[in-house]
Design a protein around this ligand. Structure first.
Ligand SMILES: Cc1cc2nc3c(=O)[nH]c(=O)nc-3n(C[C@H](O)[C@H](O)[C@H](O)COP(=O)(O)OP(=O)(O)OC[C@H]3O[C@@H](n4cnc5c(N)ncnc54)[C@H](O)[C@@H]3O)c2cc1C
Length: 380
C-alpha cells in the first residue's frame, strides 16, 4: 500500500465513491453501445477533478501528477473508457493549456473546461504520422495576423464532443518547425470526421479532426511559432504516468474480481480459490499490482518534486500497461468460460487495457526511449 497524505487519501475516497455510484453502474452499457457517458463526465466538473492540475484562480484544484494519477486509478477501476476521455480532457487539453498557454489563454479557456461546460481534446496524431509525431503534416500558413490551417488529425479522443482542441501543426519546412494552436469548434476552426469503432475503450469517443482552410487569428497560437516540440516534450511524462494510472486501476479491478469469483465459484465440491493453481494466479496478479502501485506513485511523487525524467516515465508506461494486460488475461482465465463472456467485466478490462500499450506512445517507442537514453549515459 502506497502512503498518501491526508489530502490525497481524501481525494482517493471521494473519487472511489464517485466511481462506485456514478461510473461503474453505466460502464457495461456504454461499452456495449459504444456511447459516451456525458452526464457523468459533466458531474466530474462538480466533483472538482476536471481541472485537477489547473490553477485555483481558474477554478482548478491546483494539484499535481500524483493527485491526477489517484483519480485515474479510481475511475479506471470502474470504467477505463470514460477515464481515457477524462485523461484527454484534464491532462491532454487542460494541463497543456495550463502549462503552455498565456495568461490570457488560460483565463479564456480554463474556467469553462474546469467546470465541464466545455470539453477538450488534444490533436497530435495523423493518419500517416503516429509514433513519428515530429513528422506531422497538418499545416498552419501565416498570412498577416492570421493562419490558415489544413490537414487531418486521427484517433482523437473526445473529438465528437470537444469545444476546444489543443492542436499541433507544421509552420515550416524544417523538421522541428511545429506550432501549437488552441482551436474552437464554435468559430468553425475544425470539423469532426467519422467516429472510429474500436476493440476497447468503447465508452470513449474517438474521431478525426478535419481542418479545411480554417482561418485562425494569431491569438490562438500557443507561445511562439516553432515551440511545439518543446511543448510536447514538457508534458509527455505526466501523460505517460497518468495513463499508467488507468492500467493500475484496471489491474486492481481484475484482482478484486478474481478474489470474489474464487471465493464463490465451486468445482469438484470446493471453491476454486482452494486450488493451488488458482492461488498462484491470484498471488502473482496481486503482487504485480502492488509493485506497479509503488513504482508509479513513487514516480508521480518525484515528478511533483521536480524530479522529472523521460526514462522513468517511459519505464512505467512500458511495464504497467503490459503487466495489466497479462493480469487481465489471467483474470479471464480464472473466470473460465464466464470470463470470456460479457457477463463479467474482466473481458472489457482486458480490451480496454490493450489501448494503453499503444496510446501516448507505443511499447516499442517506450523501449526506444529507455534504451537510447541508457546507452547514451553509459557511453559518457
Ligand atoms: C483509442 C485511441 C485514442 C487515441 N487518442 C489520441 C488523442 O487523443 N490524441 C492523439 O494525438 N493521438 C491519439 N491516439 C493516437 C496514438 O497516440 C497513436 O495510435 C500511437 O502514437 C501510435 O501511432 P500509430 O497508431 O500511427 O502507429 P504507428 O506509429 O504506425 O506504429 C505501428 C507499429 O510500428 C511500431 N513502430 C513505429 N515506429 C517504430 C520504431 N522507430 N521502432 C520500432 N517500432 C516502431 C509501433 O510501435 C507499432 O507497433 C489514440 C489512439 C487510439 C487507438
Amino acid at each position: 500500500m502506497w502512503y498518501f497524505t491526508s489530502e490525497e487519501k481524501q481525494l482517493q475516497e471521494v473519487c472511489a465513491e464517485f466511481a462506485r455510484k456514478e461510473i461503474a453502474p453505466h460502464a457495461e452499457k456504454h461499452d456495449h453501445e459504444e456511447t459516451f457517458n456525458l452526464e457523468t463526465f459533466k458531474k466530474m466538473g462538480e466533483l472538482g477533478v476536471l481541472g485537477i492540475t489547473a490553477d485555483p484562480e481558474y477554478g482548478g484544484a491546483g494539484m499535481g501528477c500524483l493527485a491526477a494519477t489517484i483519480v485515474m486509478e479510481e475511475f479506471g477501476k470502474a470504467c477505463p473508457g470514460l477515464t481515457l476521455s477524462y485523461l484527454a480532457h484534464s491532462i491532454l487539453a487542460v494541463n497543456n493549456i495550463q502549462s503552455n498557454g498565456s495568461d490570457e489563454q488560460r483565463a479564456k479557456y480554463l474556467p469553462k473546461l474546469v467546470t465541464g461546460e466545455h470539453i477538450g481534446c488534444m490533436g497530435m496524431s495523423e493518419p500517416e504520422y503516429g509514433s513519428d509525431a515530429i513528422g506531422i503534416q497538418t499545416r498552419a500558413k501565416k498570412s498577416g495576423d492570421s493562419y490558415t490551417i489544413n490537414g487531418t488529425k486521427m484517433w482523437i479522443t473526445n473529438a465528437q464532443y470537444s469545444d476546444i482542441a489543443y492542436v499541433y501543426t507544421r509552420t515550416g519546412e524544417e523538421k522541428k518547425n511545429l506550432s501549437t494552436f488552441i482551436l474552437e469548434k464554435e468559430k468553425g476552426h475544425f470539423q469532426v470526421g467519422k467516429p472510429i469503432h474500436k476493440m476497447g475503450m468503447r465508452g470513449s469517443p474517438t474521431g478525426e479532426l478535419i481542418f479545411e482552410n480554417a482561418n485562425v487569428s494569431k491569438d490562438h497560437l500557443v507561445g511562439s511559432e516553432g515551440e511545439s516540440v518543446y511543448h510536447m516534450m514538457k508534458n509527455l511524462d505526466i501523460e505517460r504516468l497518468t495513463i499508467s494510472g488507468i492500467s493500475l486501476g484496471i489491474a486492481q479491478a481484475c484482482v478484486d474480481q478474481c478474489l470474489k469469483y474464487a471465493n464463490e465459484r465451486k468445482q469438484f465440491g470446493k471453491n476454486i480459490g482452494e486450488f493451488q493453481l488458482i492461488q498462484k494466479m491470484i498471488a502473482e496478479m496481486a503482487a504485480e499490482t502492488e509493485m506497479m502501485r509503488h513504482f508509479l506513485y513513487n514516480l508521480c511523487y518525484q515528478y511533483d518534486q521536480g524530479n522529472k525524467g523521460p526514462v522513468t516515465a517511459a519505464m512505467a508506461k512500458l511495464q504497467i500497461p503490459k503487466m495489466a494486460t497479462k493480469i487481465a488475461l489471467d483474470a479471464i482465465q480464472l473466470h473460465g468460460g464466464y470470463g470470456y463472456s460479457r457477463e463479467f467485466p474482466v473481458e472489457r478490462l482486458m480490451r480496454d487495457n490493450k489501448l494503453n500499450e499503444i496510446g501516448a506512445g507505443t511499447n516499442e517507442v517506450m523501449i526506444m526511449i529507455i534504451a537510447k537514453n541508457l546507452l547514451k549515459q553509459a557511453a559518457k
